[in-house]
Design a binder for this molecule. Structure first.
Ligand code: NAP
Length: 326
């Protein structure tokens, strides 16, 4: 199956490694705004074609397009390809806000063409292991779903240079870039919360550097903490009346363990070798072969639920993007 790639940053490098491991894909063409970047990326990864205009992709009889450019560009690019009946794997977050995500999913349905959102953990084998073992810890009462990681771009910010990762005009910031992961795992496991309470620390660039979203359910609260300006050493965990499930990392989900009350900790899943994006491309191959319009049953609704919460969290914390006003 032939794939076209838009965007040439490190996540596209990771995509190349993971997608080729699936043994179903041929990387056919890459697009960059800058033709020299496109050529360099093509040469680095042995891709036969490159361009600086994504409309050229229509010449390559592609089976899917992978989009990894700033969030603000996701909607228009995705709808362009869906309207041309080309399936789209769009990096997370699918778009700037809930309304855009709805528009994109509507385009997927109207064109009967696959749209999937690249949220690493929701495609992993590990999340299925967690789902299968949730009943073992009894009634869940709380979870600490923490993902705090100091951005490689924050050093520059501290020295006065605002890189893409901290720009509101590109629809970036901690809630969208990092908070999305623990939020997605929480909603994938427990469904959409009844209400949320969000707080955040806003940087001078007007995006959030870190924040907390408490997901309220009738029988439990889940605390999502996220940051691009500080690190963590604590391990995320789900606390039930009969035990605790822990995850080595809430997005990569390399290891999952369970500690039942009065018992020893037991490792349920461990895989630090497989690139985490591999599972996404396995899901893409399966959905393309089956000619499905979503990566798994309920995937579109999951994206809608995630983005409804993300948009509400930003509303509560006054993180406003130019894209919200369109
Ligand atoms: N799944 C994951 O693990 C993961 C990890 C990181 C990021 N992501 C997602 O992947 C996407 C890209 O993230 P990133 O950190 O790589 O973003 P980025 O560095 O801001 O941009 C990615 C690429 O988009 C192009 N680009 C940059 N600014 C642009 C602009 N103003 N207009 C048009 N094109 C522009 C550049 O490619 P050219 O110069 O070649 O045009 C750049 O290399 C985001 O949606 C992000 O959330 C996912």
């Amino acid at each position: 199956m032939k794939i076209g790639i838009i965007g040439t940053n490190f996540v596209s490098d990771a995509m190349v490694e993971a997608s080729l491991l699936v043994n179903e894909f041929e990387l056919t063409v890459v697009c960059s705004r800058n033709i020299d970047n496109a050529k360099a990326f093509a040469e680095k990864h042995n891709i036969a074609n490159y361009t600086d205009n994504h409309e050229d992709f229509l010449d390559y009889d592609l089976d899917a397009v992978y989009i990894a450019v700033p969030n603000v560009l996701h909607k228009d690019l995705t709808i362009y390809f869906l309207n041309n009946k080309i399936p789209v794997f769009c990096e997370k977050p699918m778009a700037s806000n809930y309304d855009e995500v709805k528009e994109m999913i509507d385009a997927s349905v109207q064109n009967n063409t696959l749209l999937m959102e690249g949220i690493v953990p929701i495609y992993t084998d590990a999340i299925q292991v967690i789902k299968d073992n949730l009943s073992e810890i009894g009634q869940v009462r709380s979870a600490i779903m923490a993902m705090n990681q100091y951005s490689s771009r924050y050093d520059a910010y501290r020295e006065g240079q605002v890189l893409n990762a901290f720009k509101p005009e590109l629809s970036n910031g901690s809630t969208m870039d990092i908070g999305l992961y623990p939020l997605s795992v929480s909603i994938a496991l427990f469904g959409k919360p009844e209400s949320i309470s969000a707080s955040a620390f806003l940087l001078s660039s007007k995006v959030d550097g870190k924040g907390t979203i408490v997901l309220h359910y009738c029988d439990k609260d889940i605390i999502v903490t996220h940051s691009k300006i500080s690190n963590q050493v604590l391990i995320p965990e789900i606390q039930g009346e009969d035990g605790v499930i822990q995850m080595s990392h809430v997005s990569l989900l390399n290891e999952v363990s369970i500690t039942k009350n009065k018992a020893e900790k037991e490792v349920l899943y461990s895989d630090f070798e497989t690139p985490s994006m591999y599972f996404e491309f396995k899901a893409l191959a399966k959905a393309l072969k089956a000619k499905n319009i979503e990566a798994f049953p309920g995937a579109h609704q999951l994206s809608l639920d995630i983005h409804e919460v993300l948009t509400e969290a930003r509303r509560q914390t006054n993180v406003v993007y130019p894209a919200d006003k369109k």
